[in-house]
Write a protein that binds this ligand. Structure first.
Ligand code: NAD
Length: 237
């Protein structure tokens, strides 16, 4: 695999062993909230206080969790492969803290907040940024309210052009910890396959789009990935 072009797509499952809950593990609820209430523009318009407090909770949680062996294994894979792109649906920072570089966060990030006026994102992880009160931006003359820098359902994922280009050109496409429910991320494996890539899945259980994979490894990412990565890096090609 060393000389091949590799794209990895991760989902909430890769962070599950670090203690961050996924969506689907809990009857479609995210930390006891309906996804429509906390992860849509309509939810923000209806009750911004609830949505703000929800994401402030997710942001504070980043201080309590650490990368697990699956995050570390992907950082090792990146070091060993010439052409590598890591795309994540996750909004946490565990890939970066596990050593991965240049991670493409297609659904946004928790460490940044976005100005509702200008649309600019700013890094806001000081202790004074973590409370339940709304925060304002530092980019506008008259400071505007900040919103979570998250791609909600119904909004356009980030860096799609770069993602499609990488997927169309790759030789190997690996998905880790994703249920295959959320589009367009779930459709990337079909694009990779159509373009001739070998498709590989590492997931706790069979996802919705199981048929799209050439190679399937069912189990916990933190237990499976370190061994798989060692094997891939010792492959001849
Ligand atoms: P999902 O919650 O829909 O599915 C998670 C998948 O991971 C499931 O198929 C489950 O079987 C699998 N899984 C659970 N534990 C695992 C483990 N230890 N090892 C391997 N697989 C495991 O997640 P999704 O497909 O990423 O889509 C949900 C959306 O939720 C994403 O858009 C994401 O932005 C958001 N989200 C992000 C986080 C995070 O940043 N950590 C957490 C929850 C939800």
């Amino acid at each position: 695999m060393k000389q091949q072009r590799v794209v990895v797509l991760t989902g909430a499952g890769i962070s599950a062993e670090s203690g961050i809950r996924t969506f689907r593990d809990n009857d479609g609820l995210w930390e006891n909230h309906r996804v429509e209430d906390v992860a849509t523009p309509q939810g923000w318009a209806a009750d911004p206080g609830l949505v703000w407090r929800f994401y402030q909770g997710r942001r504070r949680q980043l201080h309590e969790v650490a990368p697990n062996p699956a995050h570390l294994a992907l950082a090792e894979l990146q070091q060993g492969v010439e052409d590598f792109v890591l795309v994540t649906q996750n909004v946490d920072d565990l890939h970066e803290r596990g050593g991965s570089e240049d991670v493409v966060h297609m659904h946004g990030r928790l460490e940044t907040l976005r100005c509702e006026g200008s649309g600019r994102s700013e890094h806001r992880m000081e202790a004074s940024d973590m409370g339940d009160e709304f925060l304002t931006c530092s980019c506008c003359m008259e400071p505007q309210r900040l919103r979570p820098d998250i791609v909600w359902f119904g909004e356009m994922p980030m860096q799609l052009e770069r993602i499609y280009e990488a997927v169309e050109d790759c030789d190997v496409f690996i998905v880790v910890g994703s249920s295959g429910h959320v589009y367009p991320a779930a459709g990337l494996v079909l694009l990779a396959r159509k373009c001739g890539a070998r498709t590989v899945l590492v997931n706790a259980d069979a996802p919705q789009n199981l048929d799209a994979f050439d190679e399937v490894h069912l189990g916990k990412a933190g237990e499976l990935l370190p061994g798989l990565v060692s094997g891939w890096l010792s492959e001849g090609a």
